[in-house]
Design a protein around this ligand. Structure first.
Ligand code: AMP
Ligand code: TRP
Length: 343
């Protein structure tokens, strides 16, 4: 159904990452690596550091600014090329916040309370959460639909927010009797759409986990990466010959999936090589693959970070190119809604 609905829309890919902490291996495999791979295909690619999302929970101003630059460095170090893609930070393009307000009038309060990310982040004391944390998915829909994006690559945890984006687009189109917004396709693909914590195979790897040992940061050096993998929680059994044998072994499955994603293989190919071996043999091999894949990224990141003025220039340039796409779409949206525009 969505394919016919999206007829007439320019193929356009949009995605975003919050600069709310150092980026992790989960961000790299679930998002950044795929952002880079999607460039130069059939579609325009627009990638955003979503700083307005980050401030829905408290951010120390000086640290936030450094993290926005660090996120930009991580995008570029992972292969996002600002000449091929538009790379920018959200707060420099006012169309995001404006369209988010318009969507606040389309989305329903009940939709927001159902979001599991809100429940997780607000915790027990949800009355005390910022209003922005509750309204967050309307801003995310605005990010995507300000560009009439047709596809959004994300990790598994963002599926519910993308469904809500589709609901907002559909309700807007229905209420105003137009076909103004596409029904965006989620691109949740590959073996690493949900990289799990190294300490607990039931929790996702996250930049906000209090335990640094639970994640691999894109800024970790080779020794730290090897040490975290060596200490990763596992079980005592040898590796099976196929993924069927990993069903009830979340920690083992996670490490095999990470190996597969980093080396561009399927988990079954990885298991074919390691069948019958224990973690004493597998972990050093995984550490080697991880260091090989990540150390060039870490190195390029620190090179970019040495020139913050150049990062700021790239984000400024990207913001102007982003605004050139988003502003006319925002203006059409206002026209459709009957808001008077006379300048
Ligand atoms: P966030 O860090 O929450 O802004 O997420 C940015 C992007 O990285 C989103 O597309 C997430 O789905 C993805 N992502 C974050 N954590 C993970 C993870 N542990 N595994 C896979 N993808 C992830
Ligand atoms: N909510 C996403 C996350 O926490 C980040 C995000 C904001 C995003 N706006 C987006 C992702 C638009 C994709 C498209 O990871």
């Amino acid at each position: 159904m969505s394919e016919t609905t999206n007829k007439g829309f320019t193929p356009r890919i949009f995605s975003g990452i919050q600069p709310s902490g150092g980026l992790t291996l989960g961000n790299y495999l679930g998002a950044l690596k795929r952002f880079a791979a999607l460039q130069g295909d059939q579609a325009e690619t627009i990638y955003c550091i979503v700083d307005l999302h980050a401030i829905t929970v408290w951010q120390e101003p000086a640290i936030l600014k450094a993290r926005i630059r660090e996120a930009a460095a991580a995008f570029m170090a992972s292969g996002v090329d600002p000449a091929q893609s538009i790379l920018f930070n959200q707060s420099q393009v006012s169309a995001h916040a404006e369209l988010a307000w318009l969507f606040n009038t389309v989305a329903r309060v009940g939709w927001m309370y159902r979001m599991t990310q809100f429940k997780d982040k607000a915790g027990k004391n949800s009355e005390n959460a910022s209003l922005g944390l509750l309204a967050y998915p309307a801003l995310m829909a605005a990010d995507i639909l300000a560009y009439q994006a047709t596809a959004v690559p994300v990790g598994e945890d963002q599926k519910q927010h993308l469904e809500l984006t589709r609901d907002i687009a559909a309700k807007f189109n229905h209420d105003y009797g137009v076909n103004h917004f596409p029904i965006t396709e989620p691109l949740i693909e590959g073996v690493a759409t949900r990289v799990m914590s190294l300490r607990d195979g039931s929790k996702k790897m996250s930049k906000s986990d209090p335990s640094d040992a639970s994640r691999i940061n894109l800024t970790d050096d080779a020794d730290t990466i090897a040490q975290k993998i060596r200490k990763a929680r596992t079980d005592a059994d040898p590796l099976p010959g196929s993924t069927d044998g990993l069903k009830d072994r979340p920690e083992a499955r996670n490490l095999v999936n990470i190996y597969a994603a980093l080396s561009d293989q399927t988990p079954d190919q990885v298991l074919a090589r390691f069948e019958g071996q224990g973690f004493g043999a597998f972990k050093p091999a995984l550490a080697e693959v991880a260091v090989e894949a990540l150390s060039p990224i870490t190195k390029r990141m620190s090179e970019y970070m040495n020139d913050p003025a150049e990062i700021d220039r790239i984000l400024g340039d990207g913001s102007m190119r982003a605004a050139a796409v988003a502003t006319p779409i925002l203006e059409q949206t206002k026209d459709i809604m009957g808001l008077l525009r006379s300048r």
